[in-house]
Design a protein around this ligand. Sequence first.
Ligand code: 6PG
Length: 246
Amino acid sequence: MKSERQIIRMPDATALAQTAAERLIARLEANSDRTAVCLTGGSSPERLYRLLASEPYRNRIPWRRVHWFMGDERFVPPEDFRNNMAMARRLFLDMCAPPENIHPIPVQAGTTRDAARRYEIALQTFYGSGRLDPARPLFDLVLMGLGPDGHTASLFPGDAALDERERWVIGVAHAGVEPLVPRVTMTLPTLASCREMLFEVSGPDKRAILAQVLNSDDLPAVRARSLGDTVWLVDAAAMPGSSHDT
Ligand code: 6PG
């Protein structure tokens, strides 16, 4: 695993989303076969998702050969506004992606454990093996966000989920932040199986926790690394010590 992270400074949230879109398209272009993108929830990727549904980006994405997964999900019905895949569907997937290429976490399952097991099987079927081969990453790109407590996906500080090495997806009974609903999340080895992991961090609310991340404190978002490239896109408002006045 490459241990270093690349931190890229962006002037603002608009430039950050445009750069994220360009990086996503570059990863799709680099792989002429079937490709897979792992999405994230929260508010950070919303601008990016809107861009993907708009020109010139929309026309540059080979929609038929891109499969869309979700790194973590809030255990609420598929149509609930808090559901991460509902947000991605509303902002771009339903307008652009073939329905069979959209792979939501099955929140209709009875328990988070059942949902995790079913999604794990879906991922393993897609990948064609129950073992992740470092030479053959599961995802071309994994998008990530940074929570106020340093969580990423639904991997919260102090949770045993952080140490999971065998399971690809697990249930999380208690979320550390709002919405306080149970979660289902991919584990660190699953998220690491990608050519690029791309964090989007924007706005002054992220400044304090980002200072800890840049200090490499022991936080879930710091432990999350790609086997390939780990890239953090950070805008001026989120950068600790910046003179950005907000
Ligand atoms: C979720 C996310 C979560 C998110 C961070 C950042 O389900 O909430 O997947 O990990 O990325 O909490 O959230 P914001 O982008 O809203 O700040």
